[in-house]
Design a protein around this ligand. Sequence first.
Ligand SMILES: Cc1cc2nc3c(=O)[nH]c(=O)nc-3n(C[C@H](O)[C@H](O)[C@H](O)COP(=O)(O)OP(=O)(O)OC[C@H]3O[C@@H](n4cnc5c(N)ncnc54)[C@H](O)[C@@H]3O)c2cc1C
Length: 470
Amino acid sequence: MTRYDVAIVGAGVIGSAVAAALSRYQLNVLWLEAAHDVAEGASKANSGIAGTGYDMPTGTLESDLVRAASSTWEATCEALDVPFARVGSLSFAFEPGDLANVTKLAEQAADAGVRAEILEGPRLREAAGGMAPAALAALHVPGEAIVDPIRLTIGRARLAVTNGVDLRCSTPATDFRHDSDGRITHVVTPRETFAVGAVVNAAGLNADVIARAAKAENFGMWPRKGMFLLLDRAIGEQVPKILTMIPTEYTRGVLAVPTTNRTVLIGPTATDETDKSDKSTDAETLDWVWDRARDLIPHLSRDHVIKTFAGLRPASDRTYRIEVSAEVPNLVHAAGIRSTGVQSSPAVADLVCSLLESIGVRLTPRRDPQIRLPRVPRLAELSTDDAAERSGSMVVCACEHVTAAEIRAACTGPVPARSLDGVRKRTRAMAGRCQGAYCSVGVGFILSVEQGFDSWDVPQGEPGSSWGVG
Ligand SMILES: Cc1cc2nc3c(=O)[nH]c(=O)nc-3n(C[C@H](O)[C@H](O)[C@H](O)COP(=O)(O)OP(=O)(O)OC[C@H]3O[C@@H](n4cnc5c(N)ncnc54)[C@H](O)[C@@H]3O)c2cc1C
């Protein structure tokens, strides 16, 4: 039986950051994911903000990690071919009573060492570009950024697998075996049992289940649901920055967040729930979001809504539980990373590596690890001249300008797509205005050819969710 030096449980943005970081060392790493693909949990349904941490209280682990990560984004995203933009943010005050909160937030940014300025009058109007016309003032933070969290997770996964990490999807960790000192010796999955030297618990919302199965701490985790509406590029072209309301005593309001593909997210809400599988949305909550978003984006029309969806933040009785378990000496928790896991993930991975080292995992650098991913030319990201010259393939998804070559590339190589959702996450095919009404047959056909599915058995997501394109 192969013995792995480290097993990572969970392939969200945190597990992927840890896997990519560990792949730089001479280690035998096993990486288990319960779902059929990476980026299936909170990491695929969030606002995609990679912030400076300007609005976080200083001196917490969360704010330290977010701030440590903030300057690393350009290099990471360039190396992994992940869309990223430092668009800046505007937090608006609409009532005279909120102006003091703008000043307070500016002071908080100054304490955090983040550049920020209060805008009023013509400078405010110019920066806002027609947004939030009733605002009296705003705090402008130029360093706030957006990233594609799904491509970030997949990019890291590809890098890790290229460097030898053994990723097993559809393989949940269900149990653990221990030696007489209480150390984990084996991770049990439904089909196989693996001998391991150390374990990283990056199971998101299920980190509590993993901790209990490993005979470690007994902590609680629950979903904090956030609902969004996604607006098309007609609105996206008008939203230059991340737009928020100044948080008040009563509400944080809603955000309008431009995405890296120039659509706009409005939301998210934040309600504590109990059902870890319930990602439903409801009209009443979405109406509440809509009404508040009108203050930020004037002339909103429901015609621009492409889809609505919800994500589940992994909330816990303690956030940022990143530590060696006090009960199981070779278990490292990377759990309870509720609301800022995308933006903290590079620094979380560094911290997890040093915790593993502290329990005896030797981090000897690999001689020539791959640190960049080869680029697939993406029609939507090419200039007009380059597009004519370099795309060289038929367009399958007209809304998002995705070619057959891009879809084929997504279905092959390290961490290939094995479902329609997998293709959508990697290429944006079926993610545009028509939501796949026109292109899913073409995408399904290519997927069936590349992955050897019978055409009636092309899965939408998890195996068995057959869709049928025959
Ligand atoms: C509405 C919303 C908005 C957000 N906005 C932002 C934002 O703008 N910026 C930001 O930085 N963060 C944001 N977040 C938070 C961010 O999404 C999370 O902090 C982050 O995704 C957590 O990553 P994770 O890897 O811990 O969890 P997940 O992405 O949930 O990954 C955990 C993985 O573990 C797997 N797993 C579970 N059990 C097992 C098992 N037994 N065996 C194997 N695998 C298992 C799951 O299938 C899952 O894939 C937002 C979250 C939400 C919901």
